[in-house]
Write a protein that binds this ligand. Structure first.
Ligand code: AMP
Ligand code: ZN
Length: 109
């Protein structure tokens, strides 16, 4: 989608702090980090929000990549938090499905 910020980031048309990319996902640093490490993982396919996902395999793929990026790419061996905000009431501001990975410090509740 050409008018989607995260589609444009995944396509390399908007600069980002890329940490990982493969055929299915793109991961980059959040522009307003809420922890020492704050990375967003997005599927390259445009889906607006978690509730819109039709294919459960997409969710399996996405969480598998989140695991790989957090454990192997970012090296968050002490632990991390994974968050997906769903629609405006859940705090979602960018309507392209994304998973936040937060780590690098002991996170408060
Ligand atoms: P959410 O509130 O779950 O939709 O999260 C959207 C996140 O995208 C926020 O944490 C923003 O700081 C982040 N964000 C917005 N624009 C950019 C950008 N151009 N590059 C990196 N992160 C961004
Ligand atoms: Zn998009």
């Amino acid at each position: 989608m050409t008018d989607c910020l995260f589609c444009n980031i995944a396509a390399g048309e908007i600069p980002s702090g890329k940490v990982y990319e493969d055929d299915d996902v793109f991961a980059f640093r959040d522009i307003h980090p809420k922890a020492p490490t704050h990375v967003l993982v997005i599927p390259k396919t445009h889906v607006a929000t978690l509730s819109d996902v039709k294919d459960p395999a997409l969710l399996g793929m996405l969480m598998s990549r989140v695991q790989h990026i957090a454990d192997d790419v970012l090296g968050l061996e002490k632990g991390y938090r994974v968050i997906t905000n769903v629609r405006a009431g859940g705090g979602q501001e960018v309507f392209h499905l994304h998973v936040h990975i937060l780590g690098g410090k002991t996170l408060p509740f």
